[in-house]
Every structure is written in structure tokens, then in C-alpha cells.
Design a protein around this ligand. Structure first.
Ligand SMILES: O=C(O)C[C@H](O)C(=O)O
Length: 472
């Protein structure tokens, strides 16, 4: 039991609570700290900032609409702005696994802002009191504030972090696609030798995949940025002045410089978090993309002597504690683990979406934590991939060409002269007798001027691996 001198007594509607003496929060936060010692994971800064932005905008709208006097509103705005800077993040100690509406974190925000506002008012010699519920939470409920804060934080993270990071990664792939445009290599389908491609074509494909991920995020943004603020407890807007949703959301959008909009239907927006689920689905898709790309890269970089060895991935650190000189594709491995985490987070978000009944979803804090983590992980790993891996990849051109020419599938252009079945005989003979496709074609008598033969003067051109890389 801690020394009682380290605590002060606070009260709420359930009675008295001991709160750490220096804490800016009060009884309801303390109760939540004691009720939910579960994960040790608290709200991240960008979420606290979004909550503070909501409180700031609400104070301004409340003052304009006659709900708050100017002195209190100003004190709340200043306190909320201070919270938004991150200076007081340590005053938000409540676990992510808490009440499903986020009421505890909403009250934590109300209490900290009220305390800061009261201190500022007192320092100015005012006797005016700011109450967490009556003033900071005026015209609001956790049920519209907390989900709004998640949508604001996610919109911000998508627009200002993930989209720029994916654009950066796509640009890195684009530069490599140009650099590798003449590097011919074997295509592979089912992990088996196929007809040739260029390394540039593959990297161009990766670039496009990343850019389509950006398109997917952009497509979901209108619904991620749509917020239930103004609906209060059940979407009806009870305890709000006329015009509150429009005014508070306009101020929120203006101050955050985000395309935040009022819910088109407050009952849909109150009861469901479908916009967040949609965004998470797009993140899952991007995670799959990164998983595929990084698997390709580590296969192509495998070796140095017993793998494919088509590219050199930059050496970043000794790979093994026991095998001297071994270097591993660590960025690929980190990125694949990120993808697994994002897919897991999406599963949690999808399951949380089923945790709704009538007017409220009660899985919002864990949805928030998972969504914001997914965005941050994908953004960070995209930048890491570009800077520490993609930019430094080198092609082993000779090895790429050697393998392209060794693929029995390069017989494919002969189909139109000798038919699929005869071409298959060439491919099988080449593999069985370790011949080139050209040698096997000649050995089987398929070169000549007769019907069902390849004209001798066309053979080299038809079997040219560069020509086979096609039209795109
Ligand atoms: O905290 C609130 O404002 C409402 C709460 O989530 C409830 O619906 O019980």
C-alpha cells in the first residue's frame, strides 16, 4: 500500500477516491486505472491529441451557441491546446482495455482539461470553476466524442503519415524499375521456371501495387473522416444547442486541417464503426502486398551460393550469432512481421465491430489502438524498406540472364511453328539432358524449312529472352 501522503482525496458520484497527489486527473480516471490493470498499453499521443481537439472545438462551439461563458470556454480551449501538444500525455494512464465506449478516456480528458483550466483561472485570480462534465463535456457524450476522436486520429495518420510513406516507397520502386528495365530474368509461376520478364517489370509491378494501396486508402477516407460528433448519447443530439454539430465539426476540421465531415446519418454513425473497419480492411490489403513483395525480394536475394542470387539486398548487420559472415534479409523479415501484425489487428477490429448493439458499439478503444498501430507500423516499415533496402538493391545481371536462358519455358514462342506437344518434347529433353532449349530443338530435328519446323534464320530471334519480355 502506497504512503497516503502521496495521495489526495477526490470525489465523483460514487464517492471518494484517492488520487496521486500530483495527478491532473481526478476520481473517474483513478477508478479506471484501478479497474483495468490489463495490458499496460495506454492511448497513444495522436489519439489523446484528437480527444483534446474535440474538446477544444466543443468549447468554442458551446461559447458561440450560449452554452459556455467566454471565461470558461477560453480556459478550456487553452487547456485543450496544451494537452494536444503532448505535454500531458503522462496524465492519460488508463489501459486500452477499458469500457467499450471509451467513457473512461473521455472522462480522463475532461478531468485533465478541467484541472488545467482551473489552475490557469486561479493563477489569474478568478474564482470561476470548470467542471469536467458540466463544462468540458458540455453538449457531448463519450458515445459521440470518443469515436469522433478515433476517426480524427485515423484520418490524420492516414493522410499525414501512411499516404506519404507509401508514396515514398512507391517512388523508390519506381527508380529501381527504371534502373532494372533491361535486366532480363526468368519469370516464375507456381515457383517454377516460366517465360522471361525484366527485373524492371517486376519492380514496376511492386510500385503499382503500392500505389493502388494508396488509392484504396483514399477511397475509404470520406467514410473514415465522417464523425458522429453532435449525436451525444444515442444519435439524437440530446443536450446540445441547435446548430452544435455543424459548428463543432467545422471548427474541428478547420483547426486540424483535416477533411472531417458530419455524419450523414447520426444513427448509423452512432451505432457502428464501419468506416474504421473499412480503413482496416484497406490496411490489411496493403499488408498482404508488402508480404508478397518482401517474400519475392528475399527469394530473389537468396544465396549467396545456394539460392536464386538474382539481386543483392544491402548488408545491414551480421545475420548469425554462430555462422560467421552470414547476412540475412532482415528488413524483409521485419516487414513480413509487420504485415502479420496488421492482419491480426484487422481481425481484432473486425471482431470488435460485432461488439455493437442498438445505438452503440462497445469495442471502440481496442479498435482505435489496433487501427492506429497498423497505420503507424505500415508507415514506418514503408520508409524503412525504401531507405534501408529498396534504394540499395543491386541486380546480378549475369545471373538473371543465365537463369532466364536456362528456363525450359523459353520454348514457348516455338509453339506456333511446331505445336505445343512438340515444344513440350524440347523442354523435357533440355531439362533431362542438361541441354539449352536451342540445342534440344536442333537435336530433335525441329529446325528447317519444312512444315512443322522452325526456320533456321528465325531460331535465335525466337529464343531471344529479351524479346520475350514483351510489350509492357
Ligand atoms: O459516457 C457516456 O457519455 C455514455 C456511456 O457510454 C453510456 O452510453 O453508458
Amino acid at each position: 500500500m502506497a504512503d497516503s501522503t502521496e495521495f489526495r482525496v477526490e470525489h465523483d458520484t460514487m464517492g471518494e477516491v484517492l488520487v496521486p497527489v500530483n495527478a491532473l486527473y481526478r476520481a473517474q480516471t483513478q477508478r479506471a486505472v484501478e479497474n483495468f490493470p490489463i495490458s499496460g498499453k495506454t492511448l497513444e499521443h495522436q489519439h489523446i491529441r484528437a480527444l483534446a481537439e474535440v474538446k477544444r472545438a466543443a468549447a468554442i462551439a458551446n461559447a458561440e451557441l450560449g452554452v459556455l461563458d467566454a471565461e470558461r470556454a477560453e480556459a478550456i480551449v487553452e487547456a485543450a491546446e496544451a494537452v494536444a501538444t503532448g505535454e500531458y500525455d503522462d496524465q492519460f494512464p488508463i489501459d486500452v482495455f477499458q469500457t467499450g465506449s471509451g467513457t473512461s478516456s473521455n472522462m480522463n480528458t475532461n478531468e485533465v482539461i478541467a484541472e488545467l483550466a482551473n489552475r490557469a483561472l486561479k493563477a489569474k485570480g478568478s474564482t470561476t470553476e470548470v467542471h469536467p462534465n458540466d463544462h468540458v463535456n458540455a453538449s457531448q457524450s463519450s458515445n459521440d466524442v470518443f469515436p469522433t476522436s478515433v476517426h480524427v486520429a485515423a484520418t490524420n495518420a492516414l493522410i499525414n503519415d501512411l499516404i506519404p510513406a507509401l508514396t515514398y516507397l512507391a517512388a523508390s520502386f519506381s527508380r529501381k524499375a527504371a534502373e532494372f528495365k533491361d535486366v532480363v530474368k526468368s519469370g516464375r509461376t507456381h515457383l517454377m521456371d516460366a517465360t522471361p520478364v525484366t527485373l524492371g517489370q517486376e519492380f514496376g509491378g511492386y510500385e503499382a501495387q503500392v500505389r493502388y494501396g494508396i488509392e484504396r486508402i483514399e477511397a475509404s477516407l470520406p467514410r473514415v473522416a465522417e464523425v458522429p460528433l453532435g449525436g451525444t448519447a444515442v444519435g439524437t443530439g440530446i443536450n446540445t444547442p441547435d446548430g452544435f454539430p455543424q459548428r463543432v465539426i467545422a471548427e474541428l476540421a478547420r483547426n486540424t486541417a483535416l477533411p472531417i465531415t458530419e455524419a450523414r446519418n447520426h444513427f448509423e454513425a452512432q451505432a457502428n464503426r464501419d468506416g474504421l473497419i473499412e480503413a482496416s480492411g484497406q490496411l490489411r490489403n496493403i499488408a498482404y502486398s508488402l508480404m508478397k513483395i518482401n517474400n519475392d525480394l528475399r527469394w530473389m536475394g537468396s544465396g549467396p551460393n545456394t539460392g536464386l542470387g538474382e539481386i543483392a539486398i544491402p548488408d545491414l548487420q551480421p545475420g548469425s550469432s554462430i555462422m560467421p559472415g552470414k547476412v540475412n534479409p532482415v528488413i524483409c523479415e521485419a516487414a513480413i512481421q509487420v504485415a502479420a501484425q496488421v492482419i491480426g489487428n484487422d481481425t481484432t477490429i473486425a471482431l470488435s465491430s460485432t461488439n455493437g448493439a442498438f445505438e452503440l458499439n462497445v469495442g471502440i478503444p481496442v479498435m482505435a489502438a489496433n487501427l492506429l498501430e497498423s497505420i503507424r507500423l505500415l508507415a514506418n516499415v514503408s520508409r524503412v524498406m525504401a531507405d534501408k533496402m529498396i534504394d540499395g538493391i543491386e541486380a546480378h545481371e549475369d545471373r538473371c540472364r543465365f537463369l532466364a536462358e536456362a528456363s525450359p519455358s523459353i520454348v514457348t514462342p516455338l509453339n506456333k511453328f511446331i505445336g505445343y506437344e512438340n515444344a513440350a518434347k524440347i523442354a523435357k529433353k533440355a531439362v533431362k539432358e542438361k541441354l539449352t532449349v536451342k540445342e534440344a530443338t536442333i537435336a530433335l530435328g525441329f529446325v528447317g524449312d519444312g512444315e512443322g519446323q522452325v526456320p533456321a534464320d528465325q531460331l535465335d530471334g525466337l529464343l531471344d529472352v529479351t524479346t520475350m519480355t514483351g510489350k509492357f
